[in-house]
Design a protein around this ligand. Sequence first.
Ligand code: SPD
Length: 313
Amino acid sequence: MPGSRVNSDLWITEYISPYDIYQHGVVDILVYRKTAFQEMCIVETGTFGKALVLDGKWQSCTGDEFLYHEPLVHPACLNHGAPRTVLVLGGGEGATVREVLKWKSVEKVVMVDIDGEVVEACKQYLPEMHQGAFDDPRTEVVIGDALDYLDKAASAWDIIISDLSDPIEQGPSFKLFTKEYFEKCRRALRSEGYFVVQAGALAPPEMELHVRLVNTVGAVFPNVVSYSSQVPSYASPWGFALGSAAPLDRRPDPAAIDALLESETTGDFRMFDGTTLLGLMCVPKHIRSAIAAETKVYTLAEPPKFFGQGVAE
Ligand code: SPD
């Protein structure tokens, strides 16, 4: 193409759909390993910084992870007001725990991730992400299956955050995007607790997963809200579903949120404040309409099938 100059001969290729790919030029491969659960790599890209990629699916990168992790954590914490106990399911990079620890009220955060090799690699190669969160005395890391952990968990959690890799059929996480899993999460919450799940892309060709996940969370919790954040390295806006038996603030007052963040957190947010939160909650009409019309609930018998590693057939 005239005027274009490409600087990489090595590309990380994420298969978004059978007809769409998203590629990033790689300048260094920091880790590549097949673990007991998945294929892991951490790469240095030319424009987005360092990225964790599992089973060919982009997880997060130092270039824009704050646009994912801050919205994942803080709306649930703000709705609660002063969370003391937080359970993170997944979240190997440590950035979700990092955000949780900004809440002064937090006494304990447990992160349960199935893949110890991924957690160790993130500790070693992604210090920009965890920023010491694994060494905080309030943090406990459990290497194990989230379903097993939830089966044994008491109803002791103020917040549960489901920060799992996308539910590709071949991957370890698709069972954790179902009504049965969300029910276990509800049982493990205190009665006025909040549950949030990273819930898929919002591009029109891909948004079915998000819409059905919101409907599935809504089948378990009396109140559910969909919200989204722009994460450029994800190729499309990214959705979240927040559920609770307690009321949810769908139109937060920016000044009140700023005051709460000022008094209850250590601050240091890059994208998050009251105005940002109000924007995140203003999901466009076509998505709200699709959620209102959705009837399908994901179950273990009929789990989501997210498009994953590309195979040309
Ligand atoms: N921590 C898990 C987040 C997974 C987000 N997946 C993004 C895929 C972009 N196509």
